[in-house]
Design a protein around this ligand. Sequence first.
Ligand code: COA
Length: 188
Amino acid sequence: VNLPFAPTLPIVTPRLSLRRFRTADLDPLLAFHSLAEAVRFVPFEARTRESMATALDRKICSSVLRQEGDLLEFAVSSTRDGTLVGDVLLALRSVENATLEIGYLFDPAHGHLGYATETVRALLDLAFSGIEAHRVIARIDVRNIPSRALCARVGMRQEAQLLENSWFKGEWSSEASYALLSHEWPTA
Ligand SMILES: CC(C)(COP(=O)(O)OP(=O)(O)OC[C@H]1O[C@@H](n2cnc3c(N)ncnc32)[C@H](O)[C@@H]1OP(=O)(O)O)[C@@H](O)C(=O)NCCC(=O)NCCS
């Protein structure tokens, strides 16, 4: 991997802009981070204003990859009117194995428009072409059908299903593991 790595922002796609977070994102982020349905399969509970502010501070600072565990976090906004529609990240899981993980959470008010698909394609471009990752993974609760559909839509492959491998929000959860390799991605 190409470290340290700080992306040139914004990254612009046909309908969206991936940019750094800023303090003014608090209210639009809270609008969907506070919804039980939106956070059902992500590793935190519905946010309060206070926990959202703490999380936003971290997002604002997550702009460079230097070492394992570092995150690059992006606000996804509409290029038409600037509305914040989603929140995505790339996490550096292994330097030795050049492996990144993707994560995403979109406002359901702007769902089913292909915004998440458009964004994840841009993240894969960045991961493979800019960061020079070898492998990008996604780890998804098997019950999270929209997220699994998204990974399949962008060409990620389900490589495993791990049965009840994590104690998650008060019950055992099974994981569908998705991955894509750099030589499988057209622009890498
Ligand atoms: C996972 C998540 C991002 C998927 O959102 P989504 O709205 O289904 O995804 P997209 O924005 O890419 O929209 C795709 C849908 O819009 C449709 N669509 C409409 N216009 C489209 C376009 N121009 N391009 C692609 N798809 C389009 C697709 O057909 C698809 O619908 P379908 O699933 O009925 O086939 C969303 O459900 C979410 O944020 N969930 C909560 C957080 C979460 O669970 N994160 C994952 C943790 S692992």
